[in-house]
Write a protein of this length. Structure first.
Length: 365
């Protein structure tokens, strides 16, 4: 007990809670939607990365559900349809996205420029459940790529490592229409990617999946309103300010921020056509992060963290009460300025811990 208090005290001296973005109660409630899941079929035939997805393997792969607004179904449905297919083999995760679009345009051509200043398609990958590290890849209709590594989400003090690249990444874009031509109406543009597993790694291991493994993943489409001036496209302004972009995603976050990896969807690497399922740790992870969100709200109102489940459920009753399946153990310092909570899912033989810095760890399977 004393050693944990010592660790918590040292952490308090080396970090500042105020850097962590606060969520509102309304946002926390919107973040209760069930994430998407998708079974990625294994392919035994070569995939040519040309943006066309005309191989037989692609015909066997199912489309994801169409994208929705990043905040969820309570927001207006996206103007244009977006959907994705996925495949895998020993070397690559393959992605094929189709983005309905009557005006395909772009002007960014330099690698690792801020691609979402154009309309773009974005991939977020988190291969390791017990590591906060994740990857982001963005691409525009000119096939210009921005990729980065995030050791930790921005809201938890992370920095984007822009110098990092997905080595040997393969990408292609195909346009059903004409690029940067405002005089016609386009149909859609597509993105095809081969993401090499060997390029996604922590300091100690590679992200090479096995059959039935799970990754967390999400996709985002950034869509800007535009002007056409002298035959050229540009982002639309009103009273000298850019209008806000739309953010359409596969699996809703509940808040306008993609950097909540615990809110992404799941892919399961399959060998055949069986239905995908959620990983057994899905619910315990959801409950642990709900504790983190509610602790932020509790501290905002009370100037300290809660030390009981009852205190947190007084904000909003989203955590299952202690029962035959769930139990909780709260550990705080004397001032309740630091905490660690252990959640026990007895039905699955799993334990998870989370603390006031957003350090999440699954114990068990």
């Amino acid at each position: 007990m004393k050693s944990l208090y010592t660790i918590l005290t040292l952490l308090l001296c080396s970090s500042v809670n105020s850097i962590y973005a606060q969520t509102t109660l309304e946002q926390v409630q919107h973040m209760q939607s069930t994430p998407k899941h998708y079974g990625v079929l294994r392919t035994s035939t070569p995939i040519q990365i040309d943006g066309k997805a005309d191989e037989d393997s692609w015909q066997q792969a199912a489309w994801t559900d169409s994208f929705i607004d990043i905040e969820g179904k309570h927001r207006p449905h996206p103007t244009y349809d977006t959907k994705v297919k996925m495949l895998w083999d020993d070397e690559y995760l393959y992605l094929y996205a189709q983005l309905e679009e009557p005006h395909v345009w772009g002007n960014l051509t330099e690698r690792d420029t801020i691609i979402y200043h154009n309309n773009d398609f974005e991939v977020f990958l988190k291969p390791f459940n017990n590591s906060p590290l994740y990857y982001e890849i963005e691409i525009n209709p000119l096939n210009t790529v921005m990729d980065l590594l995030m050791p930790n989400p921005y809201r938890l003090g992370g920095d984007a490592l822009m110098h990092w690249d997905v080595k040997d990444l393969k990408t292609a874009v195909h346009i059903e229409g004409t690029l940067n031509n405002p005089n016609d109406t386009d149909r859609y543009w597509t993105v095809e990617m081969a993401i090499p597993f060997r390029s996604l790694s922590t300091y100690s291991r590679r992200a090479t999946p096995k059959v039935d493994d799970y990754w967390q993943i999400n996709f985002s489409r950034v869509q800007w309103q535009h002007n056409i001036i002298d035959g050229r496209y540009s982002r639309k302004k009103q009273e000298g300010k850019l209008l806000h972009e739309d953010n359409w995603v596969w699996s809703a976050i509940g808040i306008i921020n993609m950097h909540f990896p615990e809110r992404w969807g799941y892919i399961q690497f399959l060998n055949n056509q069986k239905e995908s399922t959620f990983p057994v740790h899905y619910l315990i992870e959801k409950n642990a992060w709900n504790i983190f969100y509610l602790q932020q709200l509790y501290r905002k109102s009370n100037a300290h963290y809660a030390n009981s489940l009852e205190d947190l459920n007084s904000i909003t009753n989203i955590l299952p009460v202690a029962n035959e399946r769930w139990s909780y153990s709260f550990l705080t310092n004397t001032e309740n300025s630091l905490y660690q909570v252990e959640v026990h899912d007895k039905s699955q033989g799993l334990r998870a811990t989370i603390d006031n810095y957003g350090n999440y760890m699954l114990h068990g399977r």
